[in-house]
Design a protein around this ligand. Structure first.
Ligand SMILES: [Zn+2]
Length: 329
């Protein structure tokens, strides 16, 4: 996810706060890659051989990590380094793990991602897409799991991201400053209260926090049961084509996000509203626009375009799922 917004609009605070809302995970205690002790498919080589020999793991329950990637990080620091002589003898043990190892099953946070070195950005996006980090040195290749969520923040005043990089971010949100004086006053009070007594503020929001965390946990359990009607998939494609978005990533990201939104709402069927909400996150940064033009999706236009699917179909559709209405089949 890419978060755009001017300085001081709590972008970083939002990213760091996310870990609090995610369910705790079980990790193999002495593994540098925080392997899941119950899932052999995603294990590193060492954990997998232990698993296959039915050796028991020491298991640790902990919060999802948010790892900060400093802007000046070198390739070695990010992907890890390899002792070639040791690698020939011992394989993966010769790896001095980098940030991507620590980030496995967590969140990698890059502040000012638009200022990140292009080569490092490519490395990160490759690993984020594949869930694997590959280190190649002098003909020797070592791989380890690197399954993480990449969140980048940027201030557009400090320069834009290359379009190729933009497209590789599944979602984008724009954070703006609040213009309502009452809301701004509330922020000042909240910060002041927190400075004086952080515990009291945390306790005041504990129930709300738990409720949101539970909603996310429920959504994760429901995710694989969510179905999307073919009409809605056609609608996604049609809107992307009308907006002249060439990349297939836009459609895939919209589909996945629509399903996720439905799961978050506790439903197993995707509604039209879920797709529209997803599009607001997945399309603006992929649309062609003029220099200095902010990436915004025009809601009225989208409403018109989302009726395209209906025109194509011989059947009228319900607002919710795009399915033919009862009695009109
Ligand atoms: Zn492992």
């Amino acid at each position: 996810m890419l978060i755009r917004g001017e300085k001081g609009t709590a972008k970083s605070t939002a990213v760091r706060g996310l870990a609090e809302l995610l369910p705790e995970i079980d990790v193999v205690e002495d593994c540098a890659f925080s392997c899941d002790p119950c899932n052999p498919e995603t294990m590193c080589f060492a954990c997998l051989s232990k698993y296959e020999q039915r050796e028991p793991f020491d298991i640790l329950k902990r919060k999802v990590r948010v790892i900060n990637l400093p802007l000046g990080a070198t390739e070695d620091r990010v992907v890890g380094t390899l002792d070639i002589e040791k690698a020939i003898r011992e394989g993966i043990k010769a790896l001095e793990p980098g940030l991507l190892a620590a980030t496995n099953r967590g969140i990698l946070y890059v502040d000012e991602v638009n200022l990140l070195d292009d080569h490092i950005a490519d490395l990160l996006l490759d690993s984020a897409a594949l869930g694997v980090n590959t280190i190649e040195r002098e003909g020797i290749t070592v791989r380890h799991p690197a399954n993480f969520s990449l969140i980048g923040t940027m201030n557009p005043e400090e320069g834009e991201l290359r379009p190729q990089l933009l497209d590789r971010f599944g979602l984008q949100v724009t954070v703006g400053e609040l213009n309502d004086a009452k809301e701004r006053i509330a922020i000042v009070h909240r910060i002041n209260d927190f400075d004086k007594d952080p515990l009291a503020v945390m306790q005041a929001f504990e129930d709300q926090q738990k409720e949101t965390a539970q909603k996310i946990t429920n959504a994760m359990a429901l995710l694989n049961q969510v179905e999307i009607h073919e009409n809605l998939i056609e609608m996604i494609i049609s809107v992307c084509q009308d907006l002249e978005i060439k990349t297939h990533r836009a459609e895939i990201a919209t589909l996945r996000t629509s399903i996720t939104i439905a799961a978050l709402e506790g439903r197993t069927a995707v509604h039209v509203a879920d797709v529209k909400a997803a599009m607001a996150l997945t399309l603006p940064h992929r649309m062609r626009r003029l220099p200095f033009e902010p990436p915004v999706l025009n809601r009225d236009k989208l409403d018109k375009k989302s009726r395209i699917g209906k025109k194509k179909s011989k059947f009228p559709q319900t607002e919710e799922t795009g399915e033919p209405c009862e009695g009109e089949r």
